[in-house]
Design a protein. Structure first.
Length: 114
């Protein structure tokens, strides 16, 4: 998982030093941020991203209720609506997105501008 991420970071950095990396990760990956950080640091060793600070944004599941139509975000893939107990459609939770990187000198490179 982290090797592909480091490859992406290096492509974006194009040889410049990377000081920060922001990653959005779905709750479905069930990552432990500390463990992910260590794995990233390991994968980034010897690359332009080896000293980068990792900013992990965990994205919750989205639960759409078929009963009341309510939308809930949850870190757990709940099987029932917390409001009415109805069936829910669970979406999200599986993304792994390199949102932006920060380069030495302060330039932000956003891959998903909003
Ligand atoms: Zn409901």
């Amino acid at each position: 998982m982290c090797e592909g991420l480091v490859d992406l970071v290096q492509q974006e950095a194009a040889g410049r030093r990377v000081t920060g990396v922001r990653v959005r990760i779905g709750a479905g990956h069930a990552v432990v941020p500390e463990a992910f950080g260590q794995a990233f640091a390991l994968a980034a060793g010897g690359t332009a991203a080896q000293d980068a600070e990792l900013d992990l944004v965990v994205v919750p599941f989205t639960l759409d209720c078929r009963g009341c139509g309510g939308r809930t975000e949850s870190a757990d893939a709940l099987a029932a609506c917390p409001s009415c107990g109805g069936d829910v459609d669970v979406t999200g939770g599986d993304e792994l997105v390199l949102e932006s990187i920060r380069l030495e000198g302060g330039a932000d490179v956003s891959r998903h501008p909003r």
